[in-house]
Write a protein that binds this ligand. Structure first.
Ligand SMILES: [Zn+2]
Ligand SMILES: [Zn+2]
Length: 121
């Protein structure tokens, strides 16, 4: 976890809200459950964000992105160019249509839409 004040005040002290503290029958601290905690900056009171978790989420979102593109003109499926996987403009090897990688992905996402309700059969 890497907490960062949203106001960018540079504080390294944060308060964990909604974090239940578990104690044993003698009142000694057993566990501090911070899994559902909300963090606020102890200096300015701003919301603190876990930038490590945000980066992890971003990586996961990237990894589930389809690795193939569909030509919007002729529908040919092709792999992302390995030497330039972030290329913004691609050329279809079949019809020579130029299209952005976003266009190719949108077409791909449209194709996985459910086409019917299986319960109707
Ligand atoms: Zn702050
Ligand atoms: Zn094409």
């Amino acid at each position: 976890m890497v907490l960062q004040c949203i106001n960018g005040c540079g504080s390294d002290r944060f308060e964990a809200l909604n974090a239940p503290v578990f104690v044993d029958s003698a009142g000694n601290l057993v566990q501090l459950d911070t899994s559902r905690a909300t963090y606020v900056c102890a200096v300015c009171g701003g919301v603190a964000l876990d930038v490590a978790a945000a980066a992890r989420e971003m990586q996961q979102r990237e990894s589930i992105e389809p690795q193939t593109l569909i030509c919007p003109a002729c529908g040919t499926e092709m792999m992302l160019p390995e030497d330039d996987p972030l290329a913004e403009l691609l050329e279809c090897p079949v019809c020579s249509q130029h299209f952005s990688s976003d266009e190719g992905r949108q077409r791909l996402l449209g194709d996985v839409r459910p086409t019917g309700d299986p319960d109707l059969n």
